[in-house]
Design a protein around this ligand. Structure first.
Ligand code: DAK
Length: 261
C-alpha cells in the first residue's frame, strides 16, 4: 500500500514494521497520518500470517512529538471532538490488533505520541527516549486516551502528577515506574525489537493471539469472569493442530513446527 505519512514494511515473514514518517515535524500526528494508521491497522488485523507489529518513528529525535499543534490550533469544538474521536479509534484499533504490538520509542514520545506508545502492548525505549503528557501547557487535557492508559500503566498518583505538571520522564525513570519494559542503547533499539519479534514469531501463532486477547479483554472484567475468558481460550487451543504439534514435539524432545492453525 502507498502511504504518504507512514511506512509499512515486512522485514521478515510475519513481522511488520510501521514507521511514523514525518521527521521534519518530529512525526507529529496529523489527520492524514491518523487515517493512514487506521488503514495500516485494518490491513494487519485481516492478515492471517501476521505475527507481530513493531511501531517506531522516523529519524533519531522523536517517536512522535504529539498531535500536530499547527493543525489543531484553530479547531472549533466540533472539529476538536472529531479529531479526538478519530485518534481514539486509531488507538483502540492498534490496541485491539490480534497480534502483539511493540512500540520502539526512539526519542520524544509526547502528548499523542505517548498515547500512541501506550496503545501498543508494551514499550522498548531507547536511552534518549522522553515521555510526557504536556497538553496542560497548551491549555488542553490529553485527547487520545492518555488520562486512562497512563493511569492503568503507572497508577493514579504518578499518572496525575505527570498529567497535571506536564513533567517529562526520561527512559530510566520510565522503566522504574513501569511505563516501559526495557531500555536499550539507541543504536540497537531496532535490533532488540526485531529479536523480540522473532522470538514471538517462533511461538504457536494461535496461542499468542489467544493469550493477547485473554489478557487484554480480561483486564476490564472482574477476576472470575476474566478467568472464564481464559478457560475458553485454553479450550479453543485444543482444537488446533499447533497444540498437538507443540506437545508432541515436547515429548519427542525436538523444536515444534507450528503452522498457525
Ligand atoms: N506538532 C507540530 N509540529 C511539531 C510538534 C507538534 N506536536 N512538535 C514539533 N514540531 C515541529 C516544530 O514546529 C519544528 O518545525 P519547524 O519549525 O522546523 O518547521 C520541528 O518539529 C522540530 O521541532 P523543534 O525545532 O521544536 O525541535 P526541538 O528539538 O527544539 O524541540 C520538542 C523538540 C519535542 C521539545 C519540541 O518540538 C516540542 O516541545 N514540541 C511540542 C511537544 C508537545 O507539546 N506535544 C504535545 C502536543 S499536544 C485532543 C486531541 C489530541 C490531543 C489533545 C486533545 N482533542 C481534540 C480533545 C493531543 C495533544 C497533543 O499531543
Amino acid at each position: 500500500m502507498n502511504f504518504q505519512t507512514i511506512l509499512l514494511e515486512q522485514p521478515e515473514a510475519g513481522i511488520y514494521l510501521l514507521t511514523l514518517n514525518r521527521p521534519q515535524a518530529l512525526n507529529a500526528l496529523n489527520s492524514a497520518m491518523l487515517d493512514e494508521l487506521a488503514q495500516a491497522a485494518a490491513l494487519i488485523a485481516t492478515e492471517p500470517a501476521a505475527r507481530v507489529l513493531l511501531v517506531t518513528g522516523a529519524g533519531d529525535k522523536a517517536f512522535v512529538a504529539g498531535a500536530d499543534i499547527g493543525e489543531m490550533r484553530d479547531y472549533s469544538t466540533e472539529e476538536a471532538r472529531a479529531f479526538s474521536a478519530k485518534g481514539m479509534r486509531v488507538m483502540h484499533a492498534l490496541e485491539a490488533l490480534p497480534v502483539p504490538v511493540i512500540a520502539l520509542v526512539n526519542g520524544y514520545a509526547l502528548g499523542g505520541g505517548c498515547e500512541l506508545a501506550m496503545s501498543c502492548d508494551w514499550i522498548l525505549a531507547a536511552e534518549n527516549a522522553v515521555f510526557g503528557q504536556p497538553e496542560v501547557n497548551l491549555g488542553i487535557p490529553p485527547g487520545f486516551g492518555g488520562t486512562q492508559r497512563l493511569t492503568r500503566l503507572v497508577g493514579r498518583a504518578m499518572a496525575l502528577e505527570l498529567l497535571t505538571t506536564a513533567r517529562q520522564v526520561k527512559a530510566e525513570e520510565a522503566l522504574r515506574i513501569g511505563l516501559v519494559n526495557h531500555v536499550h542503547a539507541a543504536a540497537v533499539l531496532m535490533e532488540r525489537g526485531l529479536d523480540m519479534a522473532r522470538t514471538i514469531a517462533g511461538k504457536g501463532p494461535v496461542a499468542v493471539r489467544l493469550a493477547k486477547q485473554a489478557a487484554q479483554r480480561g483486564q476490564d472484567l472482574d477476576i472470575a469472569n476474566a478467568c472464564v475468558l481464559e478457560t475458553a481460550a485454553f479450550a479453543l487451543a485444543f482444537a488446533t493442530a499447533d497444540q498437538e504439534e507443540g506437545m508432541r514435539a515436547f515429548c519427542e524432545k525436538r523444536p515444534a513446527k507450528f503452522q498457525g492453525k
